[in-house]
Design a protein around this ligand. Structure first.
Ligand code: URA
Ligand code: SF4
Length: 214
């Protein structure tokens, strides 16, 4: 399915509040239909670091705020362990509406498709252009592929200091931030209990690379 994309819904402004409000009217792909609301990024426009997740989860969809559920709590713990102040960061997602499958009363997360990620990218780029971050942190494969290209392999490049690929025509940014890709915090929660501590420590190690760039 080819979607019209968000571009025609994104106002020409670098006011994050105005962008967030406008995102509520986006019909750039089908995901607005079943979600409660768009979940825009949160944080200060003066933030030097922007964290990009995948999409809002069940709790974020209801609250209208990114990273307030279990993955957000784990991210907060990892940021604290890496010595990064949550007030210094802006957090957002590659896709602004929650994609899920209804199973009884539960809403089960579904990974957004590449076309949905591409459809939603104008919002992300508007956030980047409003903030001009020095560092962009990509949390998980969806965010990493959204900005580094679909052939990007997270396992091969996590924790490295990268730059957005110039040849990626979908990325048209005024600035050239440093980029660090790492795992999604929910992958730490999903893994086998005996591996969790190791996975958490590896996430923190990648975030220490981010801290060194700030
Ligand atoms: N997972 C994400 O990728 N983003 C959120 O906001 C919450 C969970
Ligand atoms: Fe628009 Fe993104 Fe929501 Fe799709 S997911 S409707 S592109 S805001």
């Amino acid at each position: 399915m080819v979607y019209p994309g968000a571009a025609e819904f994104v106002p020409d402004t670098d006011d994050l509040g105005a962008l967030a409000e406008a995102s509520q009217a986006c019909k750039g792909c089908d995901l607005y239909q079943n979600a409660t609301q768009a979940v825009f990024g949160a944080g200060s426009r003066k933030a030097r670091v922007v964290f990009v997740g995948e999409q809002p989860g069940d709790q974020e969809d209801k609250a209208g705020e990114p990273f307030v559920g279990p993955a957000g709590r784990l991210l907060d713990k990892a940021l604290a362990a890496a010595g990064i102040d949550r007030d210094d960061v802006y957090v957002t997602n590659a896709v602004k509406h929650f994609k899920f499958e209804q199973r009884g009363k539960r809403r089960i997360h579904k990974t957004p498709s590449r076309t949905e990620v591409v459809a939603c990218q104008p919002w992300l780029l508007a956030e980047f252009n409003a903030i001009s971050p020095e560092v962009v942190v990509l949390l998980g494969a969806t965010a990493a592929k959204a900005l580094m290209g679909s052939s990007f392999r997270l396992t091969a490049h996590r924790g490295e200091v990268l730059h957005l690929p110039a040849e990626n025509a979908t990325v048209d940014l005024d600035a050239d931030p440093e980029v660090v890709a790492t795992v999604h915090p929910s992958s730490v929660l999903r893994g086998p209990p005996e591996d969790r501590e190791k996975a958490f420590d590896a996430l923190v190690a990648d975030l220490r690379v981010v801290a060194s760039l700030m």
